[in-house]
Design a protein around this ligand. Structure first.
Ligand code: ACO
Length: 439
């Protein structure tokens, strides 16, 4: 749907005038409900014979969306209009997934039905166990997850028709419900323990932690404070607008690819250290610092451009203010460490002191470098006993609900087209071919 037709959109604005190579054209300007206006340049090529050039999409809105809104300068993140801290404090992950998928929060009856339906999809096809057993035990769990997510298309043929809204819905349930099972299986396989089946009487995060930490040998009860913290982390990571992995999912899906294949593409993109891998880097950095007394020396290195050292967990492409998710996580971190009696954890002391220095130091203030979500999530995971290799996997478990909501939004849009960016070609012009023997 064009932005001017949107329910909440303001009347059309004064068109933008653009001149190139002697041709002047006008482009419509659209105003969203919030955020910067956009210039619709889709006719630029047909009207002027020119493309735009915007590597990394620094100034390009790739789609229209009603799901998530971010104002990086003000430190705002909202799902469907609700502030992230309000959702994290008052809802659970499945409630938030319902919101992302359907646009509204569920009432009690709708929530019960949604939770039940999700629960009934948590188990995976038994044959998948053999797929896992084919991986080397030392495989990176993201490699396993990318393979396992794509393989779901081989098991669930009845939800592959992307033109059927009911099948799209069924795939959404399957993906959100099965990702924790696949993630826990990747962990269990890596440590040589048996897979633990999902338990239908448990909540989403509790069930996930049970599948991660229980063994068949004795009863394992998930600590409710830790389950709540895990649930909150999942909520905070559930969606983040058109980031690299979400854009990857949309791009893969624009060709009509099935949702399981699209999620696998999203996992591959998330795997990169500039996207999903930063919380692991935070832990490595805190360990390297080792003691509060070493912080001044470390900060000196961070400020020295020649050193190449960055303060991991600080700074963000979009947030030029305190990441609203980091605020919630800081509170959660204290709850978790308090519950586990680890409030004296040396890494926490280093993290708090780093944060104090960074928030009062001119270098960081000038550059608007604030803690991001990854600064605290790694310390929480570590305290829970989750190995750092799995951090990005947990991110994928959470982000699946955003990916699938964004994919569904795209598929529901009658104006959806295959994504096909253009390029600025700087290679060779046509050349004469020289046969192999004469080169
Ligand atoms: N430590 C020290 N200096 C930094 C940091 C940092 N973490 N981040 C940015 N800067 C400096 C840059 O060197 C640059 O300085 P200059 O103006 O003197 O050249 C200035 O701040 C602006 O930095 P950019 O790189 O232009 O900022 P950008 O928005 O492109 O980068 C990024 C954002 C990649 C997240 C960066 O801040 C970074 O590398 N942070 C550490 C890694 C991290 O925590 N990533 C997680 C992001 S959250 C997520 O993906 C869920």
């Amino acid at each position: 749907m064009a932005a001017t037709e949107k329910k909440n959109a303001a009347p059309a604005l004064t068109p933008a005038t653009f001149s190139v190579a002697g041709t002047t054209v006008e482009f419509p300007v659209y105003q969203g409900t919030e955020g910067p206006n956009v210039v619709d340049i889709s006719k630029l090529y047909s009207d002027t014979g020119h493309f735009t050039f915007d590597p990394g999409f620094m100034s390009t809105a790739s789609c229209e969306s009603k799901i998530t809104y971010i104002d990086g300068d003000k430190g705002i993140l909202r799902y469907r209009g609700y502030d992230i801290d309000t959702l994290a404090d008052n809802c659970d992950f499945l409630e938030v997934s319902y919101l992302l998928l359907n646009g509204e929060l569920p009432n009690k009856k709708e929530k019960e039905a949604f939770d039940r339906k999700m629960t009934l999809h948590t188990m995976v096809h038994e044959q998948l166990h053999f797929l896992y057993r084919g991986f080397p035990r030392a495989s990176h769990p993201m490699a396993v997850m990318a393979g396992a997510a794509a393989s779901l298309a081989a098991f669930y043929h009845d939800s592959l028709d992307v033109n059927d809204p009911e099948q799209r819905e069924l795939s959404a349930y399957r993906l959100i419900a099965k990702m924790p099972t696949l993630a826990a299986m990747a962990y269990k396989y890596s440590i040589g323990q048996p897979f633990i089946y999902p338990q239908n009487e448990m909540g989403f995060a509790e069930n996930f932690m049970h599948m991660m930490f229980a063994t068949p040998c004795e009863k394992y009860t998930v600590n409710p404070v830790l389950a709540r913290a895990m649930d909150r982390i999942l909520t905070l990571h559930a969606d983040h607008e058109q980031n690299a992995s979400t854009s990857t999912v949309r791009m893969a899906g624009s060709s009509g690819a099935n949702p399981f294949a699209c999620m696998s593409a999203g996992i591959a993109s998330l795997w990169g250290p500039a996207h999903g891998g930063a919380n692991e880097a935070v832990i490595n950095m805190l360990e390297e610092i080792g003691d509060v007394k070493n912080i001044p020396e470390f900060i000196k290195k961070v400020k020295d451009k020649q050193s190449g050292v960055k303060l991991m967990g600080f700074g963000h492409r979009v947030y030029k203010n305190y990441d609203p998710r980091a605020k919630v996580l800081r509170k959660t971190l204290e709850e978790v460490l308090g519950e586990l009696g680890k409030i004296d954890e040396p890494l926490l002391k280093i993290a708090i002191e780093l944060e104090r220095i960074a928030l009062s130091d001119e270098y960081f203030i000038e550059r608007k470098l604030y803690p991001n979500v990854d600064f605290y999530s790694g310390i929480i995971y570590r305290a829970m006993g989750i190995p750092s290799k799995l951090f990005t996997v947990l991110f994928a478990v959470a982000r699946t609900s955003g990916w699938i909501a964004q994919w569904k939004e795209m598929m529901d849009d009658p104006k959806n087209k295959i994504a096909r960016p253009r390029q600025l070609y700087t290679g060779e012009k046509q050349r004469d071919f020289i046969p192999l023997g004469k080169r």
